[in-house]
Design a binder for this molecule. Structure first.
Ligand SMILES: Cc1cc2nc3c(=O)[nH]c(=O)nc-3n(C[C@H](O)[C@H](O)[C@H](O)COP(=O)(O)OP(=O)(O)OC[C@H]3O[C@@H](n4cnc5c(N)ncnc54)[C@H](O)[C@@H]3O)c2cc1C
Ligand code: FES
Length: 464
């Protein structure tokens, strides 16, 4: 029976959590790549920091990632060039170059193993070649040193491709654990199994309450929770939760690189894990809560993997989600209504190993008073087009609300505790998933992830 969680989480965590303090200077909520790097940068600057998480270190998307550490980001640059002035795409690349370099330096300094690999973006079918060509043009416009490959020798269908040498891949849970250890070594605290549920901004300090009733206060809070868990700025309405699938295969000759297809109906991603003699195949994503059958998506990924690697044995299969912003630009900003006291980082669209570190660099620099130029450029990009894009982005949410009205009034299905979305059954993972902003719940009602912080309201129908 294949393991149903990420291969990176198949051993007990090495991190021993600290007691929750009464008060800190910076409270970072979320111990994924974003929160841990932010916590470390602030702790290194001598601030009193606590990083808190609802689970273990790396228990969110970071620990389920394919963990390719690259600045070759699928079709991201062409999308940015299509929607924004060239300077935004250039700032995105600069941010991710810094994130990439910072994490590699961290791994080298602290003995975290990684492998250097060539990253490759390819067209799986001929009709996807124009998308690869557009990406290559955008990469040249902003000065990425990628090269065009007319042919690829791989065991799956692949046409035109772009390659970028000297990229890397690693074990994201190991990185998260070493980051947590460094936070602690710099007098920071790492407090585990605390789900933040309430933020009171009425006093001088932000008072944070956790699901177990415990509380702490902070002068400054960083929401590094994947999607921001505070609703006031309607940030969730600018994001789409995107779920995708990964399977780990044994008995496979690695194809020699880190691959991602673009331009087709689905994307597929391939990398090897030499220390475990595995190959990871991922992709076939969809908006969370909006698939007719999540299992069918995972089965299509399995069928693809069987065609590419017929002799393989599947040893693990899992899925995870990340958040994409309507304007394709990740966010690492102070929340405008928080009087400068809350930063939030999100919108990496499955490129968080570099974007998350870039967000941490931007937030910590902003907190310490010296924001990098690329962060200022990314922050100032809202224009008339963005407003139009936001309206069309949310049209599907409106349509979903209307479509699910009968189920809402019949009380048949459970209701999301975030803003009342009617939940959909995820038959791959046996969870209730919200099609509106991506919250997910255990069959018994507890929150797994997403902007919701409290249990769902049960319905009459129970698949569990
Ligand atoms: C299948 C898949 C493959 C991917 N592959 C790659 C890749 O190859 N390369 C790449 O660069 N990116 C990849 N990504 C994207 C990348 O993994 C993510 O962008 C990144 O890990 C997000 O990091 P994060 O720290 O923002 O969020 P997370 O890692 O999700 O961390 C958020 C943390 O916040 C905690 N939390 C949430 N709510 C609360 C609360 N109320 N109170 C306390 N704690 C809370 C969670 O428990 C979690 O630990 C992939 C994503 C997916 C889904
Ligand atoms: S996640 Fe917003 S309503 Fe469910």
């Amino acid at each position: 029976m294949p393991q149903s969680d990420s291969i990176w989480r198949d051993r007990p965590s090495t991190v021993i959590g600290d007691e929750l303090p009464d008060q800190v200077q910076d409270l970072v909520v979320g111990a994924g790549i974003t929160g841990l790097v932010t916590g470390l940068l602030l702790a290194r600057a001598g601030r009193r920091v606590a990083v808190v998480d609802a689970g273990e270190v790396g228990s969110g998307t970071t620990g389920a990632s394919s963990a390719k550490l690259t600045v070759l980001h699928g079709s991201r640059l062409s999308e940015l060039v299509r929607r924004h002035p060239l300077s935004v795409a250039a700032a995105y690349l600069a941010a991710n170059r810094e994130g990439h370099a910072w994490l590699l330096r961290f791994c080298e300094t602290h003995g975290v193993p990684f492998q250097t690999r060539r990253a490759i973006t390819f067209a799986e079918h001929r009709d996807a070649i124009p998308a690869v060509e557009r990406e290559y043009v955008a990469e040249q416009q902003v000065g990425l040193e990628s090269t065009w490959l007319a042919n690829l020798s791989v065991p799956f269908e692949a046409h035109a491709a772009i390659a970028l040498d000297d990229q890397a891949q690693l074990d994201p849970v190991l990185v998260a654990e070493v980051l947590a250890d460094q936070v602690q070594k710099h007098e920071g605290l790492v407090c585990l199994f605390r789900r933040a549920v309430d933020f009171d901004l009425s006093g001088d300090l932000v008072r944070v309450t956790f699901a177990d009733g415990s509380q702490t206060s902070a002068a400054h809070v960083v929401l590094a929770t994947g999607t921001p868990i505070l609703d006031r700025g309607l940030d969730f309405a600018k994001l789409q939760a995107q779920r995708s699938y990964v399977i780990a295969l044994a008995g496979v000759e690695p194809p020699g690189g880190m691959f991602l297809s673009i331009g087709g109906r689905h994307t597929v991603s391939v990398r090897d894990v030499p220390e475990r003699e595995l190959v990871l195949v991922g992709g076939f994503g969809h908006a969370t809560g909006r698939a007719d059958s999540d299992r069918a998506h995972r089965d299509r990924l399995r069928a693809w993997a069987r065609r590419a690697f017929p002799d393989a044995t599947e040893v693990a299969a899992w899925s995870a989600q990340d958040y994409a912003r309507f304007d394709a630009v990740p966010d690492a900003e102070v929340l405008p209504w928080s009087n400068g006291r809350i930063h939030a980082a999100t919108g990496y669209a499955k490129w968080g190993l570099t974007n998350g570190v870039a967000a941490a660099l931007a937030i910590s620099a902003d907190t310490l008073g010296q924001k990098p130029a690329w962060a200022q450029q990314l922050a100032g990009r809202i224009n008339a087009r963005s407003v139009k894009d936001l309206a069309s982005f949310n049209a599907s949410v409106g349509a979903d609300l209307v479509r699910t009205l009968p189920a809402r009034f019949s009380g048949e299905r459970p209701i999301c505790s975030h803003l009342g979305g009617v939940l959909c059954w995820n038959d791959a993972e046996e969870t209730w998933d919200c099609p509106l902003h991506g919250s997910r719940f255990e069959p018994g009602g507890d929150v797994i992830e997403g902007p919701a912080v409290r249990p769902m309201k049960p319905g009459r129908r129970s698949e569990a």
